[in-house]
Design a protein around this ligand. Structure first.
Ligand code: NAG
Ligand code: NAG
Ligand code: NAG
Length: 195
C-alpha cells in the first residue's frame, strides 16, 4: 500500500519538531541577538558587528570569517578577560563584553561571512551570522558627483549664453549711439554752413 500524502506530511512535521527540540536542548540557556545581519561598508570605515547574548554564567565567544581568502578564526574570549586575537587580525579588532566585534579600517578583503559562536560551560551554544560587504566608493557618491557635474555644466552653459546676449546688446547700443553721434555732427556742420 502507498503511504498517504497526509501521513508523510505528519512525519515531516514530527521530524521538524524533534529537530527544533534537539536544537533547544543543545542551545540550553544561551540566546543570541543579531540586530544587523547584513552590513554594507566602505573602505577605511570602522565596522561594528553588533550582537548581544544572554546566558547563565560567562560563556566563550568566538568569531570566524569565511571570505575569498578561506576560513579564519579571528578571536576567542571570555567576556571580562583578555581576548585571544589571531595574528591576521591583531591590532585590527576590538571586542566588547556583549560579544560584539569591531573591525577597524576595513579593506575590500575583509568582506565575507562572519560567524559568531557563543558557548556556555555546560556545552550549550548559539550561532549568529553577519554578512559584510565592503565597497571602494558608495554608488550614491558617484551618483552625487555625476549630478553635481551635470548641474555645473548647465550653469556654465546658461552663463555663457547670457554673456553672449549681453555682448550683443552692448554692441547694438554702442553702434546705435555712434550713428546718433554721427548724424548730430552732420546736422551741426550743416547748420554751420548755413550760417
Ligand atoms: C547593501 O547593498 C546591496 C546591493 O548593493 C543592497 O541590495 C542592500 O539592500 C544593501 N543593504 C543595506 C543594509 O544597506
Ligand atoms: C554591544 O555593545 C556595543 C558597545 O557597548 C554597542 O555599541 C552595541 O550596540 C551592543 N550591541 C547590542 C546588540 O546591544
Ligand atoms: C590563542 O589562540 C591560539 C590559536 O587559536 C592558541 O594556540 C593559544 O593557545 C591561545 N592562547 C590563549 C592564551 O588562549
Amino acid at each position: 500500500m502507498r503511504p498517504l500524502p497526509g501521513s508523510r506530511g505528519t512525519a515531516l512535521a514530527l521530524l521538524a519538531v524533534g529537530l527544533s527540540a534537539a536544537r533547544c536542548l543543545q542551545s540550553q540557556g544561551v540566546s543570541l541577538f543579531v540586530p544587523q545581519p547584513a552590513i554594507n561598508a566602505t573602505v577605511d570605515e570602522d565596522v561594528l558587528l553588533s550582537v548581544a547574548y544572554s546566558c547563565p554564567g560567562v560563556p566563550t565567544v568566538e568569531w570566524r570569517v569565511t571570505s575569498s581568502w578561506g576560513v579564519h578564526k579571528i578571536v576567542e574570549w571570555e567576556p571580562g578577560s583578555r581576548a585571544n586575537v589571531s595574528r591576521s587580525h591583531r591590532d585590527r579588532v576590538c571586542t566588547f563584553d556583549n560579544g560584539s566585534l569591531q573591525l577597524l579600517r576595513v579593506g575590500v578583503r575583509d568582506a565575507g561571512y562572519y560567524v559568531v559562536t557563543v558557548t556556555e560551560h555546560r556545552g550549550g551554544r548559539q550561532l549568529g551570522t553577519v554578512v559584510l560587504r565592503v565597497s571602494e566608493l558608495l554608488h550614491e557618491d558617484l551618483h552625487f558627483v555625476a549630478v553635481l557635474l551635470a548641474l555645473l555644466a548647465a550653469v556654465a552653459a546658461v552663463l555663457t549664453s547670457l554673456l553672449w546676449i549681453c555682448n550683443k546688446c552692448a554692441y547694438k547700443v554702442q553702434s546705435g549711439r555712434h550713428k546718433l553721434q554721427d548724424s548730430t555732427a552732420e546736422e551741426i556742420e550743416l547748420q554751420e554752413v548755413e550760417c
